[in-house]
Design a protein around this ligand. Structure first.
Ligand code: C2O
Ligand code: CU
Ligand code: CU
Length: 506
């Protein structure tokens, strides 16, 4: 039989390849549509608040003859019953999940005995704390399994809501998501003199918000399709309690909100969009309360809010859709279309009267930028900061002790990031080309940056100097940090050169 003519064969081949390409394109479009359609979650309206909110205990401490306050934190494995009857494997400090609340006053010397009883090395970093670099608990202060690390420092900053969590390079997302995090509250006299709600667990409630996904008796940490921000869960919890309620007996309730999620940005608001007062940000109280009806927190950020409740009511704190100008695709896959019922406040039938909020809070402690002597720019992409992925033995930035600097941070990437600087609190001078909005007017150590957003911030590096031990700055979306969106800076004496940190952390 004669073979088919060449043009005929070519046509058939072309037809077949064409059909295959169409089928492939349809399949890819179908998968993308499916991924898109199943990517958003909502627990709004369907949440039954059945469990009383766990309030992390205040960590016990002893005081040495020289006045040093000593805490003990054991990093350990354990189990937690998130859903009744299911013991989920978790990690925690002094318990199965999260850790106790450490509390100290300005001027106090503190020491923490950190014992690692985990099967792997880790660290404990004091997020927001001004302290010597060797005490910072970053990736250069690894604690081996079975070892103890004993950092100590003197508290030298205003009253604030700080926190602690592991920081091992490459495994921070994993260690935090398993449950290693806790609050570190600082007190001072100016804050104590203000008539603010301040009875811990009564009218001053710690609210550590995280998302999670449960699979059997495991916390599922897998990243879904197109999730370039990292892990996103399908439920939220507060202080390790899913669907929690908190009974309150005072007219004014202070919530110390911490976003301890590894990747998710929350937009907190009440179910009825009621106004509340923002009184504090990452590094302490504002100059004056700001009236808001929502506050957005990216991973690592804190906000202290005071909300008024009515006798007998139930007020639900929610996380609403993200409004950060992301395109529809990025918004959906960054979790920006998700909504959550986070915490129900149950007000008693009769409430104790609360004093009115003061019109003025505290004088700002961050510089205003006028004495700034150094300007730097940090460009953020998933590949690294200023084009370089984190290297343990490379110092990226050398800062002179006592200097005030102005940093311009630009997200030049297609996905959201944020930026956190160790050791300091900064003031935002400019955000997205405008003066900072109310939620960014207080002391900050972490700032959210949607794509194509620029922030200019200023801070003072008071030291002490240590040319060999770096602090970190990084994206606090922890998977990004693990992948290398992190850089190192040292504080040196005037005229001193940066040293060389060890390539390996231990
Ligand atoms: Cu909250 Cu470098 O970390
Ligand atoms: Cu930090
Ligand atoms: Cu990032």
């Amino acid at each position: 039989m004669a073979s088919p003519s060449r043009p005929g064969r070519l046509r058939r081949i072309l037809l077949r390849t064409g059909a295959l390409a169409v089928v492939l394109a349809l399949a890819i479009a179908g998968l993308a549509t499916w991924a898109w359609a199943t990517a958003d979650v909502s627990t709004v309206g369907s949440t039954e608040f059945r469990r009383p909110l766990t309030i992390p205990p205040l960590a016990p401490s002893t005081v040495e003859p020289d006045g040093t306050r000593v805490f003990a934190l054991d990093m350990q494995t354990g189990t937690t019953e998130f859903d009744p009857g299911v013991a989920t494997e978790t990690w925690g400090f002094n318990g199965g999940y999260l850790g106790p609340t450490l509390r100290a006053a300005r001027g106090e010397r503190v020491r923490v005995l950190v014992r690692n009883q985990l099967p792997e090395a880790s660290t404990v970093h004091w997020h927001g704390m001004h302290l010597p670099a060797a005490m910072d608990g970053g990736p250069h202060q690894m604690v081996e399994p079975g070892a103890t690390w004993t950092p100590e420092w003197t508290v030298a900053q205003p009253a604030s809501t700080l926190w602690y969590h592991p920081h091992p390079h490459g495994a921070t997302e994993d260690h935090v998501r398993r449950g290693l995090a806790g609050l570190f509250l600082l007190d001072d006299e100016p804050a104590a003199a203000l008539p603010l709600p301040d009875t811990y667990g009564v009218d001053d409630i710690p609210v550590i918000v995280q998302d999670l996904r449960l699979r059997g008796d495991q916390l599922d940490g897998t990243h879904g399709a197109f999730r370039d921000v990292g892990f996103l869960g399908d439920r939220t919890m507060v202080n390790g309690t899913i669907a929690p309620y908190q009974e309150v007996g005072d007219e004014l309730v202070r919530l110390r909100l911490l976003n301890a999620a590894t990747a998710r940005t929350f937009t907190f608001a009440f179910h009825d969009s009621r106004a509340f007062a923002l009184i504090g940000t990452d590094g302490g109280l504002l100059e004056r309360p700001e009236t808001l009806s929502r506050v957005q927190l990216s991973p690592g950020e804190r906000a202290e809010i005071v909300v008024r409740v009515q006798p007998g009511e139930r007020a639900v704190l929610r996380s609403e859709r993200l409004d950060a100008g992301l395109d529809f695709w990025a918004n959906r896959f960054a979790g920006g279309d998700d909504r959550f019922d986070v915490l129900e406040l149950r007000a008693a039938a009769t409430l104790r009267p609360s004093p009115a909020l003061p019109a003025a809070l505290v004088a700002p402690a961050t510089p205003d930028g006028s004495a700034s002597s150094v300007e730097r720019t940090f460009d953020l992409t998933i590949a690294g900061i200023n084009g370089a992925a984190m290297a343990m033995d490379r110092i990226d930035t050398t800062v002179t002790r006592g200097a005030t600097e102005t940093w311009t941070i630009r997200n030049v990437d297609g996905m959201p990031h944020n930026f956190h600087v160790h050791d300091v609190q900064f003031r935002v001078l400019d955000y997205a080309g405008a003066p900072p909005p109310p939620a960014l007017r207080g002391p900050k150590d972490t700032i959210f940056l949607p794509p194509n957003t620029t922030a200019t911030v200023t801070m003072r590096f008071d030291g002490p100097a240590d040319p060999d031990t770096p602090y970190m700055y990084h994206c606090h979306l922890l998977w990004h940090e693990d992948r290398g969106m992190m850089g190192q800076f040292v504080v040196v004496e005037p005229g001193q050169q940066a040293g060389k940190p060890p390539r390996h952390s231990h």
